[in-house]
Design a protein around this ligand. Structure first.
Ligand SMILES: [Zn+2]
Length: 171
């Protein structure tokens, strides 16, 4: 417990919060058999997914992320409960790219780039778009999937172009 000093004598704060982590495999199965995931992690795929941990948070903001402290997954329990299964699937594929990047010692959050321009995100999105195509998403469906409320139309256009997708407005 940390005290704030004489101005607020009654308040103490415990700054060592416990984070609850669960085995990835308790919630997500079979990803070790997905070709793009095997390509990503190579022969260590099974071991890496067996050791991967996931943390859930109960808020409607955000979807999924990877901790830049230790590389575990963070997932909105609301998103997991309410989104289409294919969306969850692609989100996990996307985040597993970040897990790999973290393991390779890459910085996940690059302040010098806007979200859609970050080489970290482009790499993850390229893999995710490839997988979306493989499971039968059309370009239009992929573009719909890529739409996130915090991305502007202009940023979205850049992302769509970088992903080699045919935007309905240009075709
Ligand atoms: Zn990402």
């Amino acid at each position: 417990m940390v005290s704030l000093g004489p101005a607020v004598p009654d308040v103490q704060i415990n700054r060592e919060a416990k984070v609850h982590l669960y085995p990835f495999a308790d919630y997500f199965n079979g990803f070790e058999k997905v070709p793009i995931i095997r390509k990503l992690f190579g022969e260590k795929t099974d071991q890496i997914l067996r050791n991967l941990k996931v943390e859930f948070y109960s808020a409607k903001f955000g979807y999924m992320a990877v901790s830049d402290e230790d590389g575990h997954l963070l997932i909105s329990a609301y998103h997991l409960r309410t989104a289409d299964s294919a969306i969850i699937y692609l989100d996990v594929v996307h985040e597993l790219h970040h897990v790999k990047q973290f393991m390779d010692g890459k910085e996940l959050f690059l302040n010098d780039f806007e979200y859609v321009d970050s080489p970290i995100e482009i790499e993850a999105y390229l893999g995710t778009v490839e997988e979306a195509r493989r499971i039968g998403f059309s370009d239009r469906q992929i573009i719909e999937y890529l739409k996130i409320e915090w991305i502007t139309d202009e940023q979205m256009e850049r992302l769509v172009e970088r992903m080699g997708l045919k935007s309905p407005s240009t075709s």
